[in-house]
Design a protein around this ligand. Structure first.
Ligand code: PXL
Length: 297
């Protein structure tokens, strides 16, 4: 990279959870380490994420509109917009309106429809909400990153049937379901799709589809599914795409980083609710040797 090149800019619409290694608290440092300017728009401010027994929460929704109007006045241009966890229709509306205002032809809009996992919607979420995300955010996105539960909710596919196929000896039936789900998601409008988190025991299967093809990337499972890893994943993939990496390389880079982050957190005995101690391996994100490993050919 030219030393004097101005960094790309990403607006990150997500909550700020003060403790637990998730949302803006991980997105900002990860995006910065990749050499991209992180510009946060908080949706809510929480003492900690909701995976702990209790939390204090300040809803920032009413402030989101004047906050982004101030940016509009300054005529700021974003190369990317990254959206994450939100839990009010009004937050989704404010986010959709942010995308409408700031999206130009070359803006990468990366939507993580964070609303469900393990076959169930998160606490306090409804199916109407899932449809709301579909109509207001997914249809405006360039890239979406649902996990398998969210992908099923967005397309009406039967989650239990997909889970049943994960237990087959071969991956034929599973891959055929995933191709059908990706095709249905593509019909909603996004250019690129990444479906994460199909658990096959020792390994996790990710499905990706760009303009040309569908690919499967199977990665080593190094420990528990931990909070915040989805935010790290989205932050790495969105930034890497802005830096010119292919979708496949961006996903591989994110998977490799998260596998190590989980592994060292397990070894150190970090409680699962506290996410991953990514700080210890941050330098990997900015190392040029690591960057070169994944660069587009
Ligand atoms: O990215 C996960 C996440 C983000 N924000 C809040 C959460 C969670 C997961 O539990 O509770 C507030």
């Amino acid at each position: 990279m030219n030393r004097h090149e101005i960094p790309k800019k990403i607006a990150i619409i997500n909550d700020l959870s003060g403790y637990g290694h998730c949302s803006l608290a991980v997105a900002i440092p990860v995006i910065s380490a990749l050499g991209v300017q992180a510009c946060p728009v908080p949706t809510s401010i929480l003492s900690n994420h909701t995976g702990f027994p209790s939390e204090y929460k300040f809803d920032f929704t009413d402030h989101m509109t004047p906050y982004m109007e101030a940016w509009e006045q300054l005529k700021i241009h974003f190369d990317g917009i990254l959206t994450g966890y939100m839990n009010y229709d009004a937050q989704v509306r404010a986010t959709a309106s942010f995308i409408e205002k700031f999206k130009s032809e070359d803006t990468l809009v990366f939507v993580d429809p964070a609303m469900a996992d393990h076959g169930r919607l998160y606490r306090g979420f409804t199916e109407d909400y899932a449809n709301y995300i579909k109509d207001h955010l997914i249809r405006q996105a360039t890239v979406i990153k649902p996990n398998i539960t969210e992908a099923c909710l967005l397309t009406g596919f039967d989650y239990d049937l997909v889970m049943d196929a994960t237990r087959d000896r071969t991956m034929r039936r599973l891959k055929s379901y995933l191709i059908n789900i990706v095709t249905a998601l593509k019909e909603l409008g996004p250019r690129d799709i990444v479906i994460t988190g199909v658990d096959r025991g020792e390994r996790i299967l990710n499905t990706l589809a760009d303009e040309h093809e569908v690919k499967f990337i199977s990665v080593r499972k190094t420990g528990h599914n931990r909070p915040g890893t989805g935010d790290i994943f989205s932050s790495i993939v969105a930034s890497s795409l802005l830096l010119g990496m292919s979708l496949e390389h961006a996903v591989r880079k994110a998977c490799d980083f998260i596998a190590v982050a989980i592994e060292i957190s397990e070894q150190a005995g970090v409680p699962v609710a506290e996410g991953v101690m990514f700080e210890k391996i941050m330098s990997r994100l900015s190392s040029t040797a690591d960057q070169a490993k994944y660069i587009r050919h």
